[in-house]
Design a protein around this ligand. Structure first.
Ligand code: IVH
Length: 688
């Protein structure tokens, strides 16, 4: 191949790549600015733009005036009146590491020929840039940044934002004053808004910035009015009149006139201090109620700002030190299903590992089938993953344009992926459950892990991996089996030795002494958390009474509604659960009476059989003796095994023996089963 041909090939390859990048970027701009539903995360967009800039720098003859590198922002939508900015709204130079910050500082100092520079430090809010125009203190116009030269007139929408004064406070404002800032949404408000939209079956916003942009660009301002938007001002554009001579004091002045500014603004007298500020805010990033995508540093002295001027769309006096991105794109290698303690099957996306905000993310929850349907997410898809703070990584959208051919819709599993039992869809169709119950090893493992957890039975040293081994090796089937483990059985497991086995046995023994509320919580009754467990313990004061109670009684207890009541009743109705509870007690689990039995404000009434002593004898037909005892205890009676002069009454079932004779000889009231159940009904304690 001749040299010429070779050059030609390189140039045409670059040309093709440039064309492709321009198309991708133009499309992304359209989705972001016009549709408010971007497909690509900012990080990916930035990479595309950067790549295009690089290629254009290498091949300057290929630069065209319509290349997306030649303008920042977008062409405004025609639905709003377009307004040109008297002073262009510039963008910011970016710094990605400390080194680039030092370079920025060095350039500033060299240009100004000055050793020290005072910088103002402020969060870079992740929202939408707007410009407000006040004339004689009155808000007359609100315009989006648009492409920096021209924006959209959204005055009507701006006027609905409560943190924007329609009339400036105080006095002394310049006759004309243009204030610039960011319209944003608090993270909590964004979550609430999305919840409301979800209830109506609408399309969710991807992130708070996206929600702010979509809300601002509503053609109907009454929609904007209902959106929780806020504005934070960060600079002044045109003004006729007097203003303070430095940025920091300009912002303080704006605040006095009733405009919001960031409460985090600080001055720094060196780039080192700026970097320290950056690190401090990066640490607190997740604690702040709004999204920030970095920190903006500005030369504080306005005269110095003027002297520095701007280069191609960005001022030389400011820099944005970016935070690691919250959102990245990656692909879904597989969608698997996990079975939880309650049998709920949760879809999990297995991702091609992706680095997001300092952590490698490999999995993202897909919550339930509704979520899968909403996103139409499939194996093989390219997706945007968001990991904000310590929140579990979440897939927020599918990049449809990157979907490979022949992908299959993700279907809900008809059988449990762990035990093969049929699955069942809840009436709302969102949750699919395994019907295997405790037959399903996944549910069993989760139930045992919950039982052993710190706030339940607190079995130290019984971690998740060891529990999995116990179940997989069939050493245990239920929580009661834990107490039948022996040191040699434990020592056989991986990563266990004699010493650790012995320690676990001791921990198991130690856990036997517990409290009734911990025990109830440990049983893992659906939706019975610690608070409910404590309420039940106080109310019943006794396990047997709880095991035979009914929904009506339960619903009398504060905070227990029909669903939880039903869960409790049906839990104790299941023979398997009763058996396990009995076995646990037999294994030696015990507790002392709760201090405030029946005194927690849930039931202050005097119990009908208080101070009475009852005896049950013979075989009862409609209930077991344990249940009969539980009813009596629930009504306040003491139940003993021997008949004495102190006995109030004796309930006699079939084949009653010496106790009946003794009661008769002492003249104590004797009651047959029918009379007994009648009495229970009268006392509102009907059998379960
Ligand atoms: S100053 C010439 N300060 O960042 C300087 N911008 O990339 C103009 N932003 O469009 C901007 N917080 O939307 C400045 N405290 C802050 C900011 C901020 C967020 C956004 C703004 C602008 C973009 C620049």
């Amino acid at each position: 191949m001749s040299k010429n041909q070779n050059n030609y090939t390189v140039a045409s390859a670059a040309h093709k790549q440039i064309e492709k990048l321009r198309n991708q970027i133009n499309k992304a701009n359209y989705q972001y600015y016009v549709l408010n539903y971007p497909e690509l995360p900012d990080s990916e967009y930035d990479r595309l733009l950067h790549r295009l800039q690089q290629l254009e720098a290498e091949n300057p003859e290929l630069i065209t005036t319509d290349s997306p590198t030649q303008r920042v922002g977008h062409k405004p939508l025609s639905a709003f009146v377009q307004r040109s900015h008297e002073i262009p709204m510039l963008s910011l130079e970016k710094a990605l590491d400390d080194n680039q910050m030092h370079q920025f500082d060095q350039r500033v100092r060299e240009k100004l020929d000055q050793q020290t520079i005072v910088y103002s430090c402020e969060p870079k809010l992740d929202g939408v840039a707007i410009s407000l125009l006040y004339e004689n203190g009155e808000l007359i116009r609100g315009v989006t940044r648009g492409d920096g030269e021209t924006g959209e007139d959204i005055t009507q929408n701006i006027r609905t934002i409560k943190t924007i004064p329609l009339k400036l406070l105080g006095a002394g404002w310049p006759k004309r004053l243009e204030v610039r800032g960011e319209v944003y949404m608090l993270k909590a408000d964004f979550d609430k808004l999305n919840q409301t939209i979800a209830l109506k079956g609408g399309k969710l916003f991807m992130n708070p910035r996206n929600a702010a942009a979509g809300s601002l660009r509503q053609l109907n301002s009454s929609v904007t009015a209902m959106r929780p938007l806020k504005m934070c001002c960060y600079s002044v554009g045109v003004f006729n009149g007097e203003l303070p001579k430095d940025h920091y004091n300009v912002l303080q002045q704006l605040q006095k006139w009733g405009l919001c500014i960031s409460s985090e603004i600080k001055l720094a007298s060196s780039i080192k201090e700026c970097i320290a500020y950056y690190n401090a805010l990066l640490t607190r990033r997740n604690l702040l109620p709004y999204d920030m995508d970095g920190i903006v540093f500005k030369v504080n002295d306005l005269q110095l700002q003027q002297r520095l001027g701007a280069v191609s769309r960005a001022p030389r006096w400011a820099v944005a030190y970016k935070f690691p991105a919250h959102e990245e794109i990656t692909t879904i290698e597989d969608i698997t299903f996990q079975v939880g303690r309650s049998g709920a099957i949760t879809p999990v996306a297995r991702l091609k590992p992706v680095f997001i905000g300092g952590v490698t993310v490999k999995n993202a929850t897909l919550h339930n089938m509704n979520e899968i349907k909403r996103l139409d997410v499939r194996k093989g898809d390219t997706v945007v993953v968001r990991r904000a703070g310590d929140v579990i990584p979440k897939i927020i959208s599918v990049v449809m344009s990157k979907r490979p051919q022949n992908t299959k819709k993700t279907a809900l599993p008809k059988i449990c992926p762990v035990c093969g039992s049929q699955t069942q869809q809840e009436p709302d169709k969102a949750v699919v459950r395994c019907t295997g119950g405790l037959f399903c090893p996944a549910m069993r493992k989760e139930a045992i892990k919950h039982f052993a957890s710190r706030r339940a039975m607190d079995i130290r040293g019984l971690g998740s991996k060891l529990t999995d081994q116990f179940v997989d090796r069939q050493l245990i089937c239920s929580v009661a089996d834990l107490y039948r483990l022996t040191a040699p059985m434990i020592a056989e497991c991986e990563k266990m030795g004699e010493k650790s086995a012995e320690n676990l046995i001791q921990a198991l023994n130690k856990s036997k002494k517990t409290t009734l509320e911990r025990f109830i919580y440990a049983l893992g009754i659906p939706e019975v958390g610690e608070t409910t467990a404590a309420a039940l313990s106080h109310y019943f004061g006794d396990l047997t009474a709880l095991t035979i109670t009914d929904s009506e009684t339960l619903e009398n207890i504060d905070d227990i509604g029909p669903v939880v009541a039903k869960n409790i009743v049906s839990f104790f109705k299941q023979p398997h659960n009763r058996e396990v509870v009995e076995q646990l007690i037999d294994c030696g689990i015990h507790w002392s009476e709760p201090v405030s039995k029946k005194s927690s404000g849930v039931n202050q009434e005097k119990a009908p059989l208080e101070n009475q002593t009852w005896v049950l004898t013979g075989t009862l037909e409609s209930m077991t003796r344990e249940e009969g005892k539980a009813y009596l205890v629930a009504l306040g009676a003491k139940v003993t095994n021997t008949v004495s002069a102190k006995t109030t009454a004796v309930v006699v079932g079939k084949k009653a023996g010496s106790k009946l004779a003794k009661a008769q000889s002492l003249g104590i009231q004797v009651m047959d089963e029918i009379t007994f159940t009648q009495l229970l009904k009268e006392l509102n304690s009907s059998p379960p």
